[in-house]
Design a protein around this ligand. Structure first.
Ligand SMILES: [Zn+2]
Length: 314
């Protein structure tokens, strides 16, 4: 069958499909009319906002799925998305390195409220952290750029702080639905507490507290459960390790009886495999939750992370 005939045959169906879409999108706009338009910088904030905001919010993440957030650059269409928002939610702590590029747009528009969800969090400073001793792991440049560890959403405790900040911002915009947001927040933070308690008890029972992962994203998770991470690449998932770094990773893995090398989708998977082979460990996937993966939600990804780390330490 020629392409022309195909086109003729499918034209009416296509037109029908289009008009169907049209109706659907009209309906959607209708449904979304009264919703608070929230733009978040990174994926976990989308989940926190949806958990607290429920059906009263429409949430868009600026960093698209599958993009390593440390590498993101805002485009003109992102500015457009931002100018239509009522609330702009950021992680803070240097996670949005591109913030100065959109700040003008956001701050000059009185209709957009901006909140930094790290406000009130118990922040890990990179200056007085033991990571500092291991200069090779980060490189001096990173220390100049990042003053704090930005990965707070990977702590179930700090995720509560972030969600609370989002809740307060939504109430400030939409006070009429205060009880609704309060109730949603209580339900979500209860789930965070339950998961925390479950693994606090589990991790107290294991002797080995050390694990190897893709990049240094798990500092807050480690603090919650008294664990120690060793990242293959730096705080921003950049670069491959030098031969010396690789050698020290091998020594570390052997000395700490590391059975699993954790691997992230967006950071150095090949290196994880090489290292695992070298020390007789297996590779397993871990979620930094910096992006939406495998159709799993925040709590699901966190539970899987904790269970896998726990199993690797048993
Ligand atoms: Zn990261």
């Amino acid at each position: 069958m020629s392409k022309k005939i195909l086109a003729v045959l499918f034209a009416p169906i296509f037109a029908l499909a289009l008009s169907g879409c049209d109706k659907l999108s009209n309906k959607k706009t209708e449904e979304n009319k009264d919703k608070i338009n929230v733009v978040v910088s990174i994926y976990p904030l989308k989940e926190f906002t949806e958990a607290v905001g429920g059906d009263k919010v429409k949430v868009t993440s600026l960093v698209p799925e599958g993009v390593e957030p440390h590498d993101f650059e805002p485009k003109p269409k992102d500015m457009e998305i931002l100018t239509k928002s009522h609330l702009f939610v950021i992680n803070g702590l240097g996670m949005e390195e591109w913030l100065d590029k959109v700040y003008e747009t956001v701050s000059s528009n009185k209709d957009i409220n901006m909140i930094n969800t790290s406000k009130g969090a118990d922040i890990i400073s990179l200056k007085d952290n033991d990571l500092q001793d291991d200069k090779d792991d980060h490189g001096e440049d990173e220390h100049e750029e990042l003053e704090y560890d930005p990965h707070i959403w990977l702590s179930l405790k700090e995720a509560k702080v972030q969600s609370k900040n989002i809740k307060d911002a939504l109430i400030a915009i939409d006070g009429e639905n205060k009880d609704y947001y309060e109730n949603n927040y209580n339900v979500f933070s209860g789930k965070l507490d339950d998961l925390y308690k479950e693994y606090k008890a589990k991790f107290e029972g294991v002797g080995n507290k050390n694990f190897v992962t893709g990049h240094w994203a798990f500092g807050y998770l480690c603090r919650d459960f008294n664990l120690t991470q060793k990242g293959i690449s730096g705080l921003k998932a950049e670069g491959e390790p030098t031969p010396q770094k690789m050698k020290s990773l091998v020594e570390y893995a052997k000395a700490n009886n590391i059975k699993v090398i954790f691997n992230e989708k967006l950071a150095s998977p090949k290196v994880s495999e090489t290292l695992a082979k070298e020390v007789g460990a297996r590779v397993e996937k871990i979620y930094t939750v910096e992006s939406h993966e495998d159709n799993k939600g925040y709590l699901e990804m966190m539970k899987e992370n904790l269970e896998k780390i726990y199993t690797s330490l048993k």
